[in-house]
Design a protein around this ligand. Sequence first.
Ligand code: PMM
Length: 270
Amino acid sequence: MSHTMVMGVINVTPDSFSDGGRWLDTSAAVAHGLELITQGAEVLDVGGESTRPGAERVSEDEELARVLPVIEGLRVPAAATGVGLSVDTMRAAVARAAAHAGATIINDVSGGLADKRMLGTVAGLGVDYVCQHWRGFGREMAAAAEYDDVVAEVRDELGARCRAAVDAGIAPERVIADPGLGFAKTAEHNWQILAHLEAFTRLGHRVLIGASRKRFLGSLLKGRPVVERDAATAAVSAWCCAHGIWAVRTHEVCSQVDAIAVTEHLRSMT
Ligand code: PMM
């Protein structure tokens, strides 16, 4: 039976919507990563550029300066505990440097569209690749949230990007598909995708879901503030577990691990 893992987020950014500014200091970010491992995270995702709607891009040098020391600091403890180490980047150069520093997964929210060198670079690195559905940078994504049938269109566009990754030389078993909740999607679009997860698991790749603390959860819960959305996120994690999702990307780990353990226990009894 499949197991759903928790990917704990470490945003080394001043402006991410949920934890911006908290882990800008390298030692604080590494300590946070170690704590997430202790709490049961089986993958860590280190990001140096906020991808929230409306966000401005950071320079490549700035992104490298933010993520590399954190990846270097987490490399040995992650390897020793069998924890995957992911870098959240849209840049091929950052992907390459991060892999050399110890990253085992490249998490590209643009699915190879932001940097045309990305797919070929990842193919040469021999690491896993998260291929996310994407329709444009932070400033453009709200205007791109137009669909007739969001599930079919996101599935088809994501499937095409996963094929492009494989065509570029990334082994199919290394490709992880992610429908990209909140990326050029309204709250209703996100709910539709979550209600039809089988459309994405049928693509034939492992599937990652990132719902953590996102605005569509706050909207359902009548404006619940960002840091009070972990119970809602845990409900999504349980749902994802019940639908064969490989991993959930979350800011808080303990309650997600618990929600998944309960779901997996019940599933083992049916
Ligand atoms: N969401 C965010 C950032 N990176 N990566 C993947 N693969 N999937 C996501 O849904 C995703 C992501 C935005 O959240 P953050 O700014 O709090 O990290």
